[in-house]
Ligand binder design. Structure first.
Ligand code: TNX
Length: 529
């Protein structure tokens, strides 16, 4: 009898394991079997499954520490849970069973962004040292719940969270996404939508490419025509647009409520036609060129020998720095094909100290390493496998000299590259980048000769020459963006395409629930139905 019972129990758990295995690749989990603890993106650092699941019910409360940040994160979680569960989900600072969000963990190994999640019959507890960690833990909890939790109307449930413990900290402090709002303008609400998508994958930097040949997108009081004229069009000749200072502050506020830091970029000395068209004085010949709505690059340059250029740069950086609470200011520096090398070096030698004067740290595209990067500057590497050894070595040498690297290899994580030759959007100058290719590389060991300690993290840029709507953003970012986020967050030891693609497939019902129209790559066994 005893023996028999043990056998049935064993059989039962075998069946459970098989069921979980099947749902890993097959039909979407019904919610009867909780999502296995490790099936989240980015892959957590450590996962110990075990014990009974927690079930969210009509009596579930969110218990928060008596701190403003914990309460805010609790409210954010409640707002995810309420519409789909149909439950009240009160947020309270009294103790009790349910979902607990706790700050002030003494576990130093959690760092500023790590968290611990413990789940069992009586509840789910997320602990962290800092609010960002608590927020990232909440994103993990979201992904452990059925995809229907993302819907905005009541769904049947049940709402189970598998039992066990996750301990999770990021591999890199820089996990970024860049949005080019210059080639096509995106409204504040459209940027917020992208921020929400980024937050789900623990991305913590939003780099906004605010100026380029086709449009200047940020109001500068001392040079008002930059925005009103320079921002009045876009690729293809549409109406363009720009952010008022209040708009920009709202983006910064919203991003920071999702624990993303905004990194503004003013691209200089090339990519400046919109500014040159707005003020004749900025041109060496004193003649303003027309606005530009094409997609060529490399034809414009600020006038390096004119003093007014540096008045302009000082004013722009001063006003932008004052609007930006984050540490960094990106000064572009890419594709300055109309600026001589000597002028480029001269320009960067004069401009980098201005960034420091206004209290910010310089970031430049990796061409900055061809000049003299300021102390503490970061270079954003966007080369390809086929980039010349000499160019790679120039960047690696700067890295050995103390310049930090953000890795954005164009033939891996440029989200504007076509997936295949038939992709209706995007460019292909860096090649075709299918999902596997975008995931299958190691940032820690990527640029030959660069010390791994120089690598600050990973950033996925989305250039928008061909991207005009939120639906276009969705299609190019999904499913590649979660892979970039995982490269930035997860330990190298978890890196494995075959298990990743199972976790990726499991995200699809969530994207459906969120209204994200993604590219159904044939490299992934997407759930049917
Ligand atoms: C290169 S990458 C550019 C951008 C283009 C992009 C298109 C870089 C720093 N510059 O100006 O928009 O390619 O993929």
């Amino acid at each position: 009898m005893r023996q028999h019972r043990r056998t049935t129990r064993l059989l039962g758990s075998l069946l459970l394991v098989t069921a979980a295995g099947v749902s890993a690749v097959g039909a979407a989990p019904t919610g009867q079997t909780p999502t296995p603890l490790g099936r989240v993106i980015p892959a957590p650092e450590s996962v110990k499954p075990g014990g009974a699941p927690y079930r969210i019910t009509n009596s579930t409360r969110i218990h928060v520490d008596d701190s403003r940040e914990a309460r805010r994160i609790g409210t954010y979680l409640a707002e995810v849970l309420r519409p789909s569960t149909g439950y009240r989900i009160p947020v309270t600072d009294r103790q009790g069973p349910g979902i607990r969000l706790k700050l002030g963990s003494k576990d130093a190994s959690l760092g500023d962004e790590g968290y611990r999640l413990d789940s069992g019959r009586n509840g789910v507890t997320i602990t962290a040292r800092r609010p960002a960690g608590l927020f990232h833990g909440v994103q993990t909890l979201r992904q452990l719940l059925p995809a229907a939790v993302e819907k905005d109307s009541a769904q049947p449930g049940p709402w189970l969270v598998a039992g066990g413990t996750i301990k999770d900290t990021p591999r890199y402090g820089w996990r970024g996404a860049m949005l080019d709002v210059s080639r096509h303008f995106f409204t504040v609400d459209q940027v917020k939508r992208y921020i929400d998508q980024l937050a789900l994958y623990k991305v913590n930097k939003l780099h906004l490419h605010l100026s380029d040949d086709q449009g200047w997108r940020i109001a500068i009081d001392s040079w008002p025509r930059l925005a009103t004229y320079g921002g009045s069009t876009q690729v293809g000749g549409g109406p363009g647009g720009f952010y008022t200072k209040a708009d920009y502050k709202e983006i910064v506020r919203y991003a920071s409520s999702r624990y993303l830091e905004v990194v503004p970029e003013i691209d200089m000395p090339g990519h400046t036609n919109a500014a040159l068209a707005s003020y004749a004085d900025l041109n060496c010949d004193g003649v303003a060129p027309p606005l530009y709505t094409g997609t060529e690059v490399g034809f414009s340059s600020l006038c390096v020998d004119k003093d007014v250029t540096y008045d302009f740069v000082d004013d722009v950086i001063r006003e932008l720095a004052a609007l930006t609470p984050g540490r960094y200011l990106h000064i572009g520096g890419d594709e300055a094909h109309s600026t001589s090398h000597d002028d480029y070096v001269k320009f960067m030698d004069r401009v980098q100290p201005v960034v420091a004067k206004y209290g910010k740290t310089v970031i430049g595209w990796h061409q900055l390493t061809g000049a003299t990067p300021a102390k503490g500057a970061l270079a954003q590497y966007w080369g390809l496998d086929s980039t010349s050894a000499a160019e790679k070595e120039q960047v690696a040498a700067a890295a050995r000299n103390g310049t930090g690297l953000i890795l954005s290899p164009a033939d891996r994580i440029y989200l504007d590259m076509k997936y295949t030759k038939d992709t209706p959007l995007g460019l292909d100058w860096a090649g075709l980048v299918e999902v596997k290719r975008s995931y299958d590389w190691d940032p820690g060991n990527y640029l030959p000769g660069a010390p791994s300690s120089a690598v600050k993290g990973v950033e996925a840029p989305l250039w928008t020459e061909t991207i005009a709507t939120p639906a276009n953003i969705d299609y190019m970012a999904f499913p590649r963006l979660p892979g970039a986020a995982e490269l930035g967050w997860s330990p190298a030891a978890t890196h494995d395409w075959d298990t990743y693609k199972v976790r990726l497939a499991a995200q699809a019902p969530r994207w459906d629930a969120l209204g994200i129209g993604y590219y159904r790559s044939p490299q992934v066994d997407w759930p049917t139905g």
